[in-house]
Design a protein around this ligand. Structure first.
Ligand code: SF4
Length: 592
């Protein structure tokens, strides 16, 4: 049978790729059709109609894109596609009955993980009552939801996800990979967790280390993948000692297979981070951690059901910053019961971690989450299933949120938003540092650090201005609040433009250094590279005179300067990554 799977493909869509490989292992012919935005509707329709599959599955993950997918289903019908259209993912599964009532273009909705459900759909296209975990429209127009057998328990039995093409960073292919599904926590805002619960069965499941190593081996040797982006919602395990053992086994397994010289990126909860675990991951090539800080006030942590303390968050940041990886985090600074004091504590947190790229927003009430249940029970839930909304209980905090949301709209939420771009610059820098430390220099490191700090400081300063405004103004004076929000937006956007250009120059600089790898990129050459200096608008001032600067003896042989380097930042030349790490670990051991 021919089956088309349609979904976002900005990075490898592992959800679709797992379904595709499962279906192909059963002899079906599968085509994955990218659908990244509304502009792709006509292309997606053309591809599906040309392929002419018996089943088309739409991956409806996020509420924000749900309407686009509904329009796509409608466009498929208008384009002449008459076969079965099913939908899956958190949005579709939580709104299955309503969606089938409101949008006749859909025939069914898969309520859990897709591998098994779509396989059964392919097995029993004429008798949908036999397809577990399916919600569908019967011939008489009524909606029926079948019994759910729960999500796949043993992840090792799934075929590896279908691989097609790979993005590259610095000519190194990157692959997304999953070592687990689900999560053992239950944060009040987490739609992913709610979706796994909805699917039934065990909420948290892990693959064996052997299975992970086997997949990485295939990617490494057959596709030259060198960057592994672990997409697990939390790469760790509930117990730190178990996580440590698992990472050690992973390290040993990869070493045994000859997999080396890789870089890995993971996501983590702060309470999962321990020095020992990060040391092992660092040895594996850890260059990026996305840390779920979410809130720095104990009220916020409690209301979001984070089950994590501020001490654990601070400890995690300290450890990760000591390891000098790309560490980015998100703050859900606003939740239904936020008050101004909570915001103040979060501002202080931003100030204290000004060197780490971050972003902030409000905790949303997605279907199936604790927040949705709470707000509904309190009669505070607004909007409809295409986007629930709410107002913060405290009027001043609500005014703060509205102003910040408007003023930072582009900086926080657009595809090229400055906070996202900030993360990108650091991401590129850390990758280059991992793979080609010899082309880097301290000045470039300083430029990256400076860019991150300037962005964060600017955000911090604007947020402080908003704080001062709402702390004293009448939050119910909507004219004044709107006027202030407009002013703030102009100011934020103007500064964003300048900072964006600064980041672009750094990216060009990074790419220029990469292009010059293998050539003479020693300090002498760099010092004559006035182009690089001028584009940063930072003219280094010679401390004595031009003559004395030229008389300085720069060491060009690697071995010489490595021995003498001050490893924590004052060396005049780039510090090779491994040297930095080893020396840092030694110092850490000494301090322990
Ligand atoms: S820890 Fe992360 S994945 Fe787990 S429930 Fe909380 S937000 Fe969701």
């Amino acid at each position: 049978m021919k089956i088309a799977l349609v979904g976002a493909e900005l990075e490898e869509n592992l959800g679709l790729r797992y379904i595709a490989s499962t279906l192909e292992s059963k002899g079906h012919d599968v085509e994955i059709v990218p659908f990244n935005s509304e502009h792709d509707i006509s292309d997606a329709v053309k591809r599906v109609v040309t392929f002419s599959p018996q089943i088309t599955g739409l991956s409806m993950m996020f509420t924000s894109r749900a309407r686009e997918f509904c329009r796509l289903a409608q466009a498929l019908r208008e384009g002449g596609y008459q076969n079965h259209i099913t939908a899956g993912g958190p949005f579709a599964s939580f709104n299955s009955e309503q969606m089938l009532k409101d949008f006749p273009a859909f025939d069914s909705v898969c309520l859990g993980e897709g591998e098994h459900i779509v396989s059964m759909l392919a097995d029993y296209p004429e008798d949908l009552s036999r397809v577990h975990s399916l919600c569908y429209r019967k011939p008489d127009g009524s909606i029926r939801t079948n019994f759910s057998t729960g999500n796949q328990d043993d992840l090792d039995t799934l075929p590896f996800p279908k691989r097609m093409t790979f993005h590259e960073y610095f000519d190194k292919p990157i692959a997304s990979i999953l070592t687990s599904r689900g999560c053992w926590r239950n944060c009040a805002f987490c739609s992913i967790n709610a979706w796994y619960e909805r699917g039934g069965g065990k909420k948290f499941r892990v693959r064996s280390v052997e299975s992970i190593v086997a997949e990485m081996k295939d990617l490494y040797f057959h596709h030259d993948v060198r960057i592994f982006n672990f997409q697990d919602d939390n790469f760790f395990l509930p117990k730190p000692e178990h996580a440590l053992r698992r990472f050690e086994e992973l390290r040993d397994g990869l070493k045994h297979e000859g997999i080396e010289g890789i870089a890995i990126a993971v996501k983590a909860r702060p309470d999962s981070i321990t020095y020992d675990s990060i040391r092992v991951l660092d040895g594996l090539g850890l260059f990026r951690v996305f840390l779920g800080v979410e809130n720095a006030h104990e009220n916020g942590l409690r209301n979001l059901n984070r089950k994590c303390t501020l001490d654990q968050i601070l400890n995690a940041l300290r450890i990760l910053n000591d390891f000098d990886v790309h560490l980015a985090y998100n703050l859900l600074m606003f939740e239904p019961d936020t008050v101004l004091d909570d915001i103040l504590v979060n501002l202080r947190f931003i100030e204290r971690h000004i060197e780490n790229p971050f972003n902030f927003c409000r905790a949303e009430a997605y279907p199936g989450t604790g927040l949705e249940v709470k707000l509904r029970a309190e009669g505070r839930l607004l909007g409809d299933y295409f986007g629930f909304d709410y107002r913060l209980k405290d009027p001043r905090s609500e005014a703060f949120h509205q102003i910040a949301n408007y003023a930072f709209f582009d900086r926080n939420f657009s595809d090229f938003g400055l906070h996202y771009f900030n993360m990108q610059v650091d991401f590129y820098y850390q990758l280059l540092r991992r793979f080609h430390p010899e082309v880097l220099m301290q000045t470039l490191r300083a430029a990256v650090r400076n860019f991150i700090k300037q962005t964060n400081l600017d955000t911090y300063e604007c947020l402080c201005q908003i704080y001062d405004f709402v702390a004293t103004a009448d939050a119910n004076d909507h004219v004044m609040v709107r006027g202030f929000a407009r002013e703030m937006r102009e100011r934020v956007d103007e500064r964003s433009r300048g900072l964006h250009s600064q980041g672009e120059r750094i990216l060009r600089w990074l790419s220029d250094r990469y292009d010059r790898r293998g050539k003479d990129v020693g300090v002498k050459r760099f010092m004559s590279n006035t182009g690089a200096l001028s584009f940063l608008n930072c003219k280094p001032m010679p401390y004595s005179s031009r003559d004395s600067l030229e008389k300085l003896e720069f060491v060009t042989s690697k071995a010489e300067w490595m021995d003498e380097a001050d490893l924590l930042g004052v060396a005049s030349s780039p510090i090779p990554y491994n040297i930095f790490k080893n020396r840092f670990a030694e110092q850490k051991e000494e301090r322990r």
